[in-house]
Write a protein that binds this ligand. Structure first.
Ligand SMILES: [Zn+2]
Length: 336
């Protein structure tokens, strides 16, 4: 099976993904609490601009504005019946932007979590989760997405349901989890757990990795955790631009474009192939990341000390992997 991402991966040592969706849309006037996916229909020009700004800054791949576009999430906005339609439009806009460039640009159909806790801990059954993800996947496929892109997942049950749904849609996919709780996902998975889980899937992703989480340093420690498992599968690093801090009632990311340039190079040297940013990552960060990846030669795999020297301290002493450190106590937080 050949698809645009597999072809690009075959010819390149690294691929630059995009940055933040939410942060950029808030700057365009999105109110917190609004569903960003509504803008696919109401303000397609702004969504096209979001995509275009990333590609103009050097991204080879961008995510569609469909992160919260599954029926479970849209239900909070009374729009659960529009999951397929809004996802399709997000990809259609993406396709029209990507096809304007004379270099390959990958349209990755973003699929975020359902926001519900899956069985056996919660009420969302595997069957229903597969149905929810399948519906969104069909919309993204209709709109012309090259690949599907699962992100910010905490539970392996949800990751597995999405893998099954994407097989039903007959679409290649990538999938990342968010390691935001002392190096583990909110549901307790370590980087080693994820790398092992991915290889056991009946429909494994083209690439897997981490996005969001806490800061850029933590994310690279997670990447080193994946690499330590010896997977041959391409690894994705999509870290936040610095550390989230509350400021004047909103969350601000303190990472400069220069810091994200260092992060991008360290991510590549750590073993990641698809490198981008998450929250707080703006086009000016992406430009510096692109330049650094092109200009700085590949170096040896960084140590943890080199990562913290360049990007700042980890948010927790250990990430739960390795034998010389005690595993942090598992915390299970419930989301409403
Ligand atoms: Zn994020």
């Amino acid at each position: 099976m050949t698809n645009a991402l597999t072809k690009l991966l075959a010819t390149r040592d690294w691929i630059l993904a995009d940055g933040a969706t939410g942060t950029n849309l808030f700057n365009m006037g999105l109110e917190s609490g609004d569903a960003p996916e509504m803008w696919n229909d109401e303000h397609p020009d702004r969504i096209a601009l979001l995509y275009k700004q990333a590609v103009d800054a050097g991204s080879d791949l961008f995510l569609t504005n469909s992160f919260g576009g599954n029926a479970a999430r849209l239900k909070l906005h009374g729009a659960q019946k529009r999951a397929r339609e809004l996802s399709r439009i997000s990809a259609e806009i993406g396709r029209s932007v990507a096809d304007r460039y004379d270099r390959p640009v990958i349209v990755a159909g973003s699929v975020g979590p359902t926001g519900e806790i899956m069985a056996p801990m919660g009420a969302l059954t595997h069957e229903l989760a597969v149905e929810i993800f399948h519906e969104q996947a069909e919309g993204l496929k209709e709109g012309g997405a090259d690949v599907l892109w699962l992100e910010t997942i905490s539970a392996q049950e949800e990751y597995k349901a999405a893998a099954e749904a994407f097989k039903l849609a007959d679409m290649p996919w990538c999938g990342t989890m968010s390691f935001d709780t002392a190096g583990r996902t909110m549901m307790g998975l370590t980087s080693a757990d994820m790398a092992t889980m991915v290889e056991k899937l009946g429909n494994p992703p083209l690439a897997f990795g981490a996005n969001c989480g806490v800061g850029a340093s933590d994310l690279l420690r997670t990447v080193l955790g994946f690499v330590a498992q010896g997977s041959e599968r391409p690894i994705i690093a999509k870290g936040n631009a610095g550390i989230p801090k509350y400021h004047d009632g909103h969350i601000h990311y303190d990472g400069t474009p220069e810091l994200m340039a260092d992060y991008a190079v360290l991510a590549r040297d750590a073993g990641a192939t698809i490198i981008g940013g998450c929250c707080g990552t703006m086009p000016e960060h992406l430009s510096k990341m692109r330049a650094a990846l092109e200009e700085r030669p590949k170096g040896p795999r960084p140590t943890l000390d080199q990562i913290t020297d360049a990007l700042g301290a980890f948010s927790s002493a250990a990430d739960g992997t390795g034998d010389d450190v005690p595993a942090p106590r598992r915390t299970r937080r419930r989301r409403a």
